[in-house]
Design a binder for this molecule. Structure first.
Ligand code: NCD
Length: 305
């Protein structure tokens, strides 16, 4: 049985297969509309979510299956002191696959040790978010045609942003990718990403402070929100929250075929006027999240057509 806890749990071949399957689903959704008949997805969300939880649920419904679960820790037995291990043992009696989001790093991994059914990490603290990464990869594939040979700028909260950590790890295995890390000093990527991913694999990367100095070089700009809920004190958050705002003026400096990605939710970091620019791909990205989760759940449950 396979779980998805860290993006590196999947080989490049497995990721490519999931993306291929997602593309087939997009081409002919009717063909897949009953393949999970009788199957149930449980969404265990101990932390807020809109896209991730609802796209998981929509994905299972569009495969003909059903969903159950909870959308906040308050409404689960976690408030009575139940452990994650016990929760997944029990939920595994009711569902065929589990998607779990938790504020504590490592909680879904712990769950996977005890779960009788596949567990998908739907975000664990500031650590990983592998299904957002699959969403990002499918989007890059659809928008740019390939998962290699480009310059990607990751901008914003690179310290606490779990989508950034997972995306960097996954992309580190593709050819010819040049990383530009745009953040204030306080929100740089964690040291383990620098040593274990970039340096260990000899991957070119640069850390810069402003968007302006690199806009013209980028093929992909990955914007992120400053992760308010992971700050230790509010004053730091307030000081850093508006570090970067992508607006139409900055978009003028960018290549005509650059794409803008954002895992969403957006707070202030992209001016809504940018939404009208055809290079703004973040709502298309949110739609891709549903298709790639359909492909992922079929793969982990061994459902074939
Ligand atoms: C992201 C997350 O939860 O990490 N959201 C998402 O799943 N699309 C990004 C964020 O919250 O900033």
């Amino acid at each position: 049985m396979k779980h998805l806890i860290d993006p590196m749990d999947l080989s490049v071949e497995e990721i490519d297969d999931i993306i291929e399957l997602a593309l087939k689903i997009i081409e002919n959704p009717a063909k897949y509309s009953e393949v999970c008949r009788g199957k149930k997805l449980a969404t265990l969300f101990f932390e807020p979510s809109t896209r991730t939880r609802l796209s998981f649920e929509a994905a299972m419904m569009e495969l003909g299956g059903n969903v159950l679960g909870f959308s906040s820790a308050d409404s689960s037995s976690a408030t009575k002191g139940e452990s994650v291990a016990d929760t997944v043992r029990v939920v595994g009696c009711y569902a065929d696959i589990i998607a779990m989001r938790h504020p504590k790093e490592g909680a879904p991994m712990l769950g996977s040790i005890y779960s009788p059914v596949p567990i998908i990490n739907a975000g664990d603290g500031g650590h990983n978010h592998p299904t957002q990464t699959l969403t990002d990869l499918l989007t890059i594939k659809r928008e740019k045609g390939s998962l290699s040979n480009f310059t990607i700028g990751l901008c914003g909260d690179l310290k606490f942003g779990r989508t950034v950590h997972s995306l960097i790890k996954a992309l580190s295995r593709y050819e010819g990718i040049n990383f530009i890390l745009i953040s204030p000093d306080e929100l740089k990527v964690p040291d383990y990403i620098i040593t274990d991913v970039f340096e260990k694999n000899n991957i070119p990367y640069r850390e810069v402070r402003t968007m302006e100095e690199v806009m013209g070089e980028l093929d992909i700009l990955y914007m992120t929100r400053v992760q308010k809920e992971r700050f230790f004190n509010e004053a730091d958050y307030i000081r850093l929250k508006d570090s970067y705002i992508l607006d139409t003026k900055k978009m003028k400096q960018a290549k005509d075929d650059m794409i803008v990605l954002h895992p969403l939710p957006r707070v202030n970091e992209i001016d809504i006027k940018v939404d009208e620019d055809k290079r703004a791909a973040y709502f298309r990205q949110a739609l891709n999240g549903k298709y790639v989760r359909m492909a992922l759940m079929m793969t982990l449950m061994g459902v074939t057509v």
